[in-house]
Every structure is written in structure tokens, then in C-alpha cells.
Design a protein around this ligand. Sequence first.
Ligand code: AR6
Length: 179
Amino acid sequence: MEIVVRGTKVEAVKGDITKVEADAIVNAANEGLRGGGGVDGAIHRAGGPEIMAECRKIGRCSTGSAVVTTAGKLPAKYVIHAVGPIWRGGKHGEEDLLRSAYETSLRLAEERRLSSIAFPSISTGAYGFPIERACPIAIATVVNHIRRGTKLKHVIFVLFSEDDYKTYVANLKRMVEKT
Ligand code: AR6
């Protein structure tokens, strides 16, 4: 499922982000950039030790921010490690912090003049952010960014489960109806 916003394709696909050939793939990292389970574990496993070596040099990354490393053996050129918030009920700035994680990732992609970027569903696994609330934030942040002017030609949301994919498709359809 895809929509086009001012000439930029915004697409939802079901699959494994480590296989995606975008200029950058985004990792759902933690503040210590230490690796872990979920998509973080998959990226470090498939990309090899070069990625962790750069993460160690960088040291840490605040929640709501992001940093860039090589993509090692992955088909992507870069990995953007974004740190989403841990869900603590919704009254601790989680929505703003999630938006900021997406915005920082997009800004880093623009600074490198990338034309494609792939996002996982940040914070909705181990960090417990409800997908029904995270998905509209992810889509709106990307669409608003594109509307302000972008070099990106393709933004891909890569969803690991059928249910998450369906949530993204429903929200993308809603976005089309609104505009
Ligand atoms: N490709 C795309 N999506 C994936 C993949 C994959 N290969 N593997 C899992 N997902 P999570 P978080 C989905 O837990 O909630 C880690 O330990 C997964 O189904 O990876 O931001 C980090 O080190 C879910 O929908 O990230 C942090 O400590 C989504 O990716 C912490 O977890 C995000 O789930 C971050 O938690």
C-alpha cells in the first residue's frame, strides 16, 4: 500500500527491515546504543560488528533523538539509530518524544541528501507504545516533513506483523481521505 505526497512515495510493507535496500534504515535503539532484542538485535546480527563498533564510539543517544552509523553488511548505506520513548501510560511526553525520534531521523537523512529511508514501528515492541497511537504519529510526522520540502523520494514503513501492517494501511487510507 502506498500514497504519494508531493511526489514522494510513502509506503507500508510487511517484512524484515534488514532486507530493505533503502539509503538508510532506522533502528529502534536504546539510549545506551547497546543493542538488544527486536529490530535492534536483528540489525546488529545481520549487519555485523562494524555497526556496534561505531555505536560504541558515539556512546549514547537521548530518547527522542537519533544518530547515524554505517550499515555494515546490510543492503542499506546507513543505519539511523533512533531512540523512542518507553510507554509509561501516555502522560510522560511519550507522543512528543516519539514524534521527535521520527523527525530527527528524517533530518539526518536530509543532511546526507538521501533519497530513501525505511522505518520500523519505533517503540511499539519492547517499549510498549500502543500501535494504534504510535502509527498515526509516525505517518503524520513523515507527511508533514515531506510537505515542508524534502529530498526524499521514498519513505517505507516496514512492519513485522500482519496486524501492524493492517494498522498502517488503515491509517494511510485515512490520510488520503483527509487530503
Ligand atoms: N524488521 C522490522 N520490524 C521488526 C523486526 C525486523 N527485523 N524485528 C522486530 N520488528 P522493538 P522498541 C518490530 O522491540 O519497542 C530493543 O531491545 C517489532 O515487531 O524492536 O522501540 C532495543 O535495544 C515491533 O513492531 O523496539 C531497545 O532496548 C517494532 O519492530 C528496545 O528493544 C519495534 O519493536 C526498543 O524497543
